[in-house]
Design a binder for this molecule. Structure first.
Ligand code: S3P
Length: 449
């Protein structure tokens, strides 16, 4: 961790106000590049997230033979090689900090007759990959990994991949998507059953590119079937703003008195908006304007105004629709008047960091009372601003870094973080954006320190 990447946040001199957009959706951006590379013809993407994670996917698809070029900020072109047409990469594929890039790519490579090696940064090299290599091996691919199923990982893809029929044991859109992507180049029908419905961007985009996908409800989850070896045709993709990124300015506006923001062009897929439902239950003044559908995804403008928040009990069933938002929700809960319980957060332990314990440590370092009970996170808000003044260790995790900086906008004393550099993985421009919302008269609230 470099000392120079330290940052602090402090109470702004003025409320956060203005009209803004947030960077493109990370999940949709990865998929647009991958599906574009597997389609015949030229896919044009607008609004692509140009964060480190997605740039890793762009580089990997290029190394696998697709033409990937940037025309202007956010505007990219991909000339694909058709399903099954990727070529063996000459060198190791480095997926950086991105679990989505590594796991989805493992699915694609499993049904290509080629050899590839994948690695990542120290955070990604700690994350479990067996959740994808175990099901993918059944198509005929052979994987070798470090102990514990960790990266680096070598793949010998199947020559004639068999279709998979898999029940995903944990709610994970990455695992579901890896199996579906493998199924693209398998003969016959691939079937995936998920116990809880998770984000369905892969299913939506596969259809958009011409694949035959059926989705049937099954209890709380879904059964998805995909016909193998379709001819995917290039299709233009308009990427909406990422609701997981919007979460940070939204909670900031809720916590800083007098704030009023309008976030335009935001993705509002119902499998992604659990945080907004939860914040509304806490009394938050959140309204959607101009709701519409773009490229098969619900989109709208979201208005948020400062509100004094109430505590809430977040049911475990909601976790898949807000899995990346718990750290910043925990920050909001620290300012609510009473005890908030967030249930069923086991999956947080295997994110870019162990986000369950790191979120608790973030709050505790800044004077909030917090407990972990099994897989539940409990935050005892006092209704008064937490003291702040802590130094937060961010563990190479962009969402911890932004959550801590949001907290410092409302604590009595500034909040310090050890490393802001990973924010660029999902939210390039976060610091100037937040500082800009404070207005011309205000001195910056987020500063390098
Ligand atoms: C993602 C799925 C989620 C999420 C991640 C993006 C995706 O991971 O946390 O940020 O794009 O499919 P899991 O599938 O591990 O829950």
């Amino acid at each position: 961790m470099s000392k120079s990447a330290g940052f602090l946040s402090r109470r702004p001199a003025a409320p956060l106000r203005g009209v803004l957009t947030v960077p493109g959706d990370k999940s949709i951006s990865h998929r647009a590049l991958m599906f574009g590379a597997l389609a015949v013809g030229e896919t044009r993407i607008t609004g692509l997230l140009e964060g480190e994670d997605v740039l890793r996917t762009a580089a990997a698809m290029r190394a696998l033979g697709a033409e990937v070029a940037q025309d202007a900020p956010g505007a990219w072109r991909v000339r694909g090689r058709g399903v099954g047409g990727l070529v063996e990469p000459e060198d190791v594929l480095d997926m950086g900090n991105s679990g989505t890039a590594a796991r989805l790519l493992a699915g694609i490579l499993a049904s290509h007759d080629l050899f590839a090696v994948m690695t990542g940064d120290a955070s990604l090299r700690r994350r479990p990959m067996r959740r994808v290599t175990d099901p993918l091996a059944a198509c005929g691919a052979v994987f070798s990994t470090r102990a514990g199923g960790r990266l680096p990982l070598a793949i010998r893809g199947a020559v004639d991949a068999l279709p998979l029929d898999y029940v995903v044991p944990v709610p994970s859109a990455q695992v579901k998507s890896a199996v579906l992507l493998c199924g693209l180049n398998a003969t016959g029908q691939t079937r995936v059953e998920e116990p809880e419905a998770t984000r369905d961007h892969s299913e939506n985009m596969l259809r958009h590119f011409g694949a035959t996908v059926s989705v049937e409800p099954a209890g709380r989850g879904r059964v998805i079937t995909l016909d193998g070896q379709p001819e995917l045709r290039a299709a233009d993709v308009v990427v909406p703003g990422d609701p997981s990124s919007a979460a940070f300015p939204i909670v900031a506006a809720l916590l800083v008195p007098g704030s009023d923001l309008l976030i335009q062009n935001l993705g509002l897929n119902p499998l992604r908006t659990g945080l907004f439902d939860t914040l509304r239950e806490m009394g938050a003044d959140l309204t959607v304007e101009n709701a519409r559908t773009e490229g098969g995804e619900p989109v709208g403008d979201l208005r948020v105004r400062h509100t004094v928040l109430k505590p809430v009990d977040v049911p475990w069933e909601r976790a898949p629709s807000m899995i990346d938002e718990y750290p910043v929700l925990a920050v909001a809960a620290a300012f609510a008047g009473g005890t908030t319980r967030m249930r069923g957060l086991k999956e947080l332990r295997v994110k870019e960091s162990d986000r369950l314990s790191a979120t608790a440590a973030l709050l505790a370092a800044n004077g909030a009372k917090v407990e972990i009970e099994g897989d539940d996170l409990i935050v005892h808000g006092t209704g008064r601003p937490a003291t702040g003044g802590g130094l937060v260790t961010t563990h190479m995790d962009h969402r911890l870094a932004m959550s801590a900086l949001v907290m410092g906008l409302a604590t009595a004393e500034p909040v310090h973080i050890d490393d802001a550099s990973f924010i660029d993985t999902s939210f390039p421009g976060f610091v100037p954006l937040v500082n800009g919302l404070v207005g011309n008269g205000g001195s910056p609230a987020l500063i390098a320190a």
